[in-house]
Design a protein around this ligand. Structure first.
Ligand code: SF4
Length: 187
């Protein structure tokens, strides 16, 4: 993460979320990774620690990523479409997504990933401009700015659907992340 991104983002007041956040949540992982994972927005634990995907959802995601062979520190860069926590974990508003987009664009420019994973419908809408149910969108490769993009269920949805049965959301997501891993390995 560059000092410019860290400094600019940490002091940003471009939308109303600046006035309810505790910490700006920018990223974790490797800024030189070939894979970038983008989620929706920070939750309570992320707001308290300043790190994305570190609460229960994040831990569930980490387990799945590890299951399919990713090294969490080396192989990916993790961030959110919106860097400050929306009150009561509501979905970010369109204006908040728009206000925060320059920071996401800067991260995409700096990391320059070959493959992007979009976790949940908000991230899919933010990057691909597609609205829809994740059951239809997940698991299908998309393309954005010459990059391969894989939409997956948001890990908070997986926490609400904990069955590990074949064909259940957890199993499908493990398959989607395996496809991402294969794609990166084949390059
Ligand atoms: S959510 Fe984004 S645009 Fe809004 S204050 Fe935080 S960093 Fe700035």
């Amino acid at each position: 993460m560059t000092a410019e991104l860290l400094q600019g983002c940490s002091t940003c007041t471009a939308c109303a979320l600046a006035y309810t956040r505790q910490m700006v949540v920018i990223a974790r992982g490797n800024p030189n990774a070939e894979l970038m994972l983008i989620g929706e927005a920070p939750g309570a634990r992320e707001d308290a620690t300043g790190l994305p995907f570190v609460g229960r959802s994040g831990q569930a995601l980490d387990r799945l990523l590890s299951d399919v062979g990713f090294d969490l520190e080396r192989d990916l860069y993790v961030c959110n479409a919106v860097k400050c926590r929306p009150p009561n974990n509501r979905r970010p508003k369109r204006a908040e997504l728009a206000a925060c987009r320059p920071w996401l664009d800067r991260q995409l420019e700096l990391v320059d990933p070959d493959v992007i994973v979009l976790a949940g419908a908000t991230a899919v809408e933010a990057i691909l401009g597609i609205k829809g149910g994740m059951s239809q969108l997940r698991g299908r490769w998309q393309h954005w700015n010459q990059r391969a993009v894989m939409p997956v269920f948001h890990p908070s949805y997986l926490l609400r659907n904990p069955s590990d049965a074949p064909g259940a959301p957890l199993d499908l997501t493990r398959g989607d992340l395996s496809a991402v891993r294969r794609r990166l390995c084949e390059r």
